[in-house]
Design a protein around this ligand. Structure first.
Ligand code: DC
Length: 224
């Protein structure tokens, strides 16, 4: 079986950026699992399903032709939805959608299939706890709350030209609280995850640190 590097953590810890760069550096596949939940959220909005209709959303999730390429570009059928799933409305709904156990079950195979043929760097909230408990390396990326909120606001300013920083911080905390306290696969740090606080680190620092950890592990472990 191929190797899996599992990265979990709250919003703004740097997971996506770091996982994408690490995958590129290793020449491995990258899987952005948050994008899968976001795509289900988008599809439910486009289908006119209310966020309270859990059963209908779960049914929809199971019927979608959801794909992600090796760089994390996400499509519904032939349509690349990568830019569409980054809006605030989709971000908001994705948190609710990801709390539905049936949606999580529907996305499990898509995630595990990504590691059938190729070595994988994946990131999300339940990589180590549920999806890839046997991963070669399990990392929990974190950062101080104000640092994470600042990164998220800077990202939105870059994209939209402006961001209400107080609001961004409030909404990020509300989502993290929901993601960590839900019944189905909540975000939590496992004992066997290496904790890396990225508050005072550059992206390059984090990628290099992870690359060293991966190489160290590969010396001592055969593929799964
Ligand atoms: O990482 P992100 O912001 O793109 O994730 C979008 C939402 O999906 C977020 O509310 C957390 C949730 N999520 C999850 O529950 N499990 C994952 N493996 C990845 C994301």
């Amino acid at each position: 079986m191929p190797h899996v590097i599992a990265i979990d953590g709250p919003a703004g810890a740097g997971k996506s950026t770091v996982a994408r760069l690490l995958a590129r550096r290793l020449g491995w596949r990258y899987l952005d699992t948050g994008a899968l939940y976001r795509a289900v959220a988008l599809a439910s909005m486009e289908a006119g399903v209310s966020e309270h209709e859990g059963g209908a959303i779960a049914h929809l999730a199971a019927s979608l032709d959801l794909r992600q390429d090796a760089e994390g570009r996400t499509s519904l059928g032939a349509r690349d939805v990568s830019p569409l799933i980054r809006t605030e409305a989709v971000t908001q709904r994705a948190s609710g959608v990801s709390a539905l156990p049936e949606v999580r079950a529907a996305l499990l195979a898509v995630q595990r299939n990504a590691a059938l043929q190729e070595n994988l760097v994946c990131e999300g909230r339940d990589m180590a706890s549920v999806v890839f408990p046997q991963a070669t390396l399990k990392v929990y990326l974190d950062a101080r709350e104000e640092v994470r909120a600042g990164r998220r606001a800077t990202e939105l300013e870059g994209r939209d030209g402006h961001a209400d920083r107080a609001r961004v911080r409030h909404e990020m905390n509300a989502r993290d609280h929901a993601d960590s306290t839900r019944a189905a696969a909540p975000l939590r740090r496992m004992d066997d995850q290496i904790l890396l606080d990225t508050s005072a680190l550059t992206i390059e620092d984090v990628v290099s640190a992870l690359e060293i950890m991966v190489k160290e592990r590969l010396l001592h472990r055969q593929p799964r």
